[in-house]
Design a binder for this molecule. Structure first.
Ligand SMILES: Nc1nc2c(ncn2[C@@H]2O[C@H](COP(=O)(O)OP(=O)(O)OP(=O)(O)O)[C@@H](O)[C@H]2O)c(=O)[nH]1
Length: 500
């Protein structure tokens, strides 16, 4: 291979450099391509075979790019879950910048194909397009023809012309998008008929700008998706805060659904009509704002409904409170009734039922703390005689007075009840037989000393009593039985006495 091909090799290297940095695999193949170009015994066939590998790699990058776009599409459609095609159409039609930039490299790859076909078949160069309007290309052409053979010189000229032309269009496209001084400077450098080294450097810098631009665009798109996501999250939050299904809210929901559908329809129409990604983004964000506003309206009417429900709730609470009060007074009345039912109406002492309840309480307490307790049954002596002699009304009066007097001398903790007829029962918690005996004896003495009179005549009234301390083995009945037996003893022994 002639050393005259050196500029061609350098050109091919520059082109390979332009494609560097997209993909690791492609970079490896391009590196192999450059190595082949470095070899002294440059083999066109080997060059072609690696070139086709490079092309395959590039094709697969394109496929990956398409897949990347597909992913964005998938994200969109999964976020909005609506009419996939109408959302995807603008991306397909409007060629977002990211695709534009990826496609800019495409013509450069085609140049490599042209180079390879020319190198393989010089006659083909006659059929290839050869724009020679560019002064830089013409100059390079003239320059090359002084050192190389006609075919080769023309090939080099074509490559340089073509490379310059595409670099120019690339830089124009870039400058229209980024308006950066760096891009402008590159454009100016390209207009100054650059040598291969300079052309190579312009190419590398251009590639760098494209790569940065791709990263920038990717970030912008990610930021945009994050914004969409934020708005959708806001919508989700509003919706999630209203999960009630109260029937009164049904109409509000229906209105909201209609309104939301309308907004989504309008959003889709906007997407269909628009032609650039930037306007699409703005319109879509506006639509999401509208949807969020609708949600807020919904929230407001929902809130007012909730407020009125809360007011009703307050009224209901008032009513319930009134009912509770009524219920409370009914309960107190019932309690009073219950107490009455446990009280003896004549003496106002607890009756047998009242005593029974009290006994249960005191028993459980005594068992829990291991206390002893005693019981006494007290009976008015010869009460029948009083009734017979003075009448039942006097007998009743005597019962009342005795109850009152006995209560006076009972301890606070003792529990006196009317057991029936002229019989009383006294429960003495935490009291041994001895102490109970003494307490009952005190009552007996007190009653004996009470000055009962009838028609100004003194009427002596005494009581007899039987006392029993509870033992842990016996039943209540047996215990009471024992106290009753002791009372019987007192009566038998002459009355007005206490037995224990
Ligand atoms: N006034 C009046 N008498 C009652 C009442 N309950 C019972 N009695 C009377 O109390 C009397 C009890 O008489 P008895 O059981 O024979 O006993 P006692 O006459 O007290 O004789 P001892 O108990 O043996 O001393 C009966 O006449 C009953 O009618 C009551 O609530 N009021």
């Amino acid at each position: 291979m002639s050393s005259d091909l050196l500029p061609l090799i350098r050109g091919a290297r520059s082109l390979s450099l332009m494609l560097t940095g997209y993909d690791h695999d492609l970079d490896n193949k391009l590196s192999r391509l450059r190595n082949v170009l470095k070899e002294n015994d440059f083999s066109v066939r080997e060059f072609q075979s690696i070139l086709s590998l490079v092309e395959n790699s590039y094709d697969s990058i394109e496929l990956m790019t398409e897949n990347g776009i597909k992913n964005y599409k998938a994200i969109f459609s999964s976020i909005l879950k609506e009419d996939r095609q109408s959302l995807l159409r603008p991306i397909n039609q409007d060629k977002p910048t990211i695709i534009d930039l990826m496609q800019i490299a495409e013509p450069l790859a085609k140049e490599l194909t042209i180079i390879s076909s020319l190198a393989d078949d010089p006659s083909a160069s006659d059929q290839s397009t050869s724009p020679s309007t560019n002064s830089a290309s013409e100059s390079a052409n003239t320059n090359a023809s002084t050192n190389y053979g006609n075919g080769e010189a023309e090939l080099i000229s074509r490559v340089r012309t073509s490379l310059t032309k595409h670099l120019k269009s690339v830089l124009e496209a870039l400058y229209s998008v980024d308006k950066k001084e760096q891009t402008k400077a590159l454009k100016e450098r390209l207009n100054k008929t650059p040598e291969w080294t300079e052309l190579n450097s312009i190419t590398s810098e251009t590639i760098e700008i494209i790569q940065n631009r791709l990263i920038e665009e990717k970030h912008k798109f990610e930021g945009y998706l994050a914004k969409v996501n934020q708005k959708l999250n806001r919508i989700t939050q509003i919706v999630e805060s209203d999960s009630s299904t109260l029937s009164d809210l049904k109409s509000i929901n229906q209105y909201f659904n209609r309104s939301l559908n309308q907004q989504m329809k309008e959003a889709r129409q906007k997407i269909d009509e628009k032609h650039t990604v930037d306007t699409l983004k703005t319109e879509l964000l506006d639509s999401l704002d509208n949807i969020a506003s609708r949600l807020e309206e919904y929230q407001t009417s929902y809130d007012s409904k909730i407020t009125s429900l809360q007011e009703s709730k307050v009224q209901m609470v008032d009513q319930v409170s009134q009912l509770e009060q009524e219920n409370q007074s009914l309960m107190s009345e019932l309690e009073r009734e219950r107490k009455i039912s446990k009280n003896d109406h004549l003496t106002q002492l607890p009756n047998r039922q009242g005593f029974s309840d009290k006994l249960k309480q005191e028993l459980s307490r005594a068992e829990r703390y291991g206390h002893t307790m005693s019981i006494a049954i007290l009976d008015i002596d010869f009460f029948k005689k009083i009734n017979d002699e003075f009448g039942h009304l006097v007998g009743d009066k005597v019962l009342k007075v005795i109850a009152k007097e006995m209560t006076k001398v009972c301890r606070e903790t003792d529990y006196l009840a009317r057991y029936g007829g002229e019989e009383f029962i006294l429960l003495l918690p935490e009291t041994s037989l001895k102490d109970a005996f003494a307490a009952v004896e005190k009552i007996r003495v007190h009653i004996e000393r009470c000055p009962f009179h009838f028609q100004s005549k003194p009427v002596p009234i005494t009581i007899s009593a039987g006392v029993a301390e509870r033992t842990s083995q016996e039943t209540n009945e047996a215990w009471l039985q024992r106290a009753d037996e002791k009372l019987y003893n007192s009566k038998k022994q002459g009355r007005n006495r206490v037995s224990g």
